[in-house]
Design a protein around this ligand. Sequence first.
Ligand SMILES: Nc1ncnc2c1ncn2[C@@H]1O[C@H](COP(=O)(O)OP(=O)(O)OP(=O)(O)O)[C@@H](O)[C@H]1O
Ligand SMILES: [Mg+2]
Length: 281
Amino acid sequence: MSDQAQRLRELVSALAPARSISITSGKGGVGKTNVVVNLAIAMKRLGKEVVIVDADLGLANVDVLLNINPKFNLYHVLEKYKRLEDIIVEGPGGIKIVPGASGITKLANVDSKERHYILEELASLQQMADYILIDTSAGINKNVLNFVLSTDVSIIVTTPEPTAVTDAYAMIKVISQRAPTQDVRLLVNMATNKREADEIYERIAMVSRQFLNMHIGYAGYIVKDDVVVMSVLRRTPFILEYPFSPAGKLVKKIAQDLIASFEDKPMPQSWLDRFLSWLGK
Ligand SMILES: Nc1ncnc2c1ncn2[C@@H]1O[C@H](COP(=O)(O)OP(=O)(O)OP(=O)(O)O)[C@@H](O)[C@H]1O
Ligand SMILES: [Mg+2]
């Protein structure tokens, strides 16, 4: 590549908007919120600006895990009382958070116009961060699907429990019907060890390939670790309190691999072309 082309590529990536990642699951309680919070801090420690969006519309809990009490949240944005940029708060470890709202049924039942409005407001985050991590509620509903389909990557969290695995596959099936080219990656949480996690990934990847013609990537795994439970009780992310615990080290690896996977990905050609032709005018 010529020097000039290389410089242009660097310029383009400096201008590139944030990458967005939704974290979802078929079954509830598999560890999504813990993954989002700790992964965000691990990515920040690797030098990236990260914003978490608590999009579990109805049962928000990022703020509970982080021990923060934001005054305003997505409900106020939806009611057009606040703009999205006005509700962002700082969290531990230098991350930023767009707070959700607990127990407001209106948020759990937004119509498509309101959903669009929220997604439009979220677009303003694009210039604010390198990565946007969206914590969604469990299960297949329109809210979740819209977040999943609007992000660059969807991480589906499962545990080794058969019900969680079945529900993860059901989620993948719905995504494959709506967006067969979506970049979907599996994260196995609460595994006994690497072998168990790898086996679960391979099984899901195989059936997805065979029956849905869908490629599923592997985001990695986290073992079942008491530090996670303790940190939840203390409302402090385990990556901060116990960075060298098994769970802490594995989250760090997931963060490194995730960032590397984006950096390996070339910029979309069309984007670069448009940019180059614009420069040429
Ligand atoms: N790696 C782990 N090791 C041990 N316990 C864990 C681990 N991950 C999660 N847990 C336990 O599971 C509980 C639920 O985790 P979390 O709230 O992150 O799940 P969730 O998928 O976000 O749930 P929901 O579907 O309700 O939003 C935690 O409070 C913790 O006790
Ligand atoms: Mg949660």
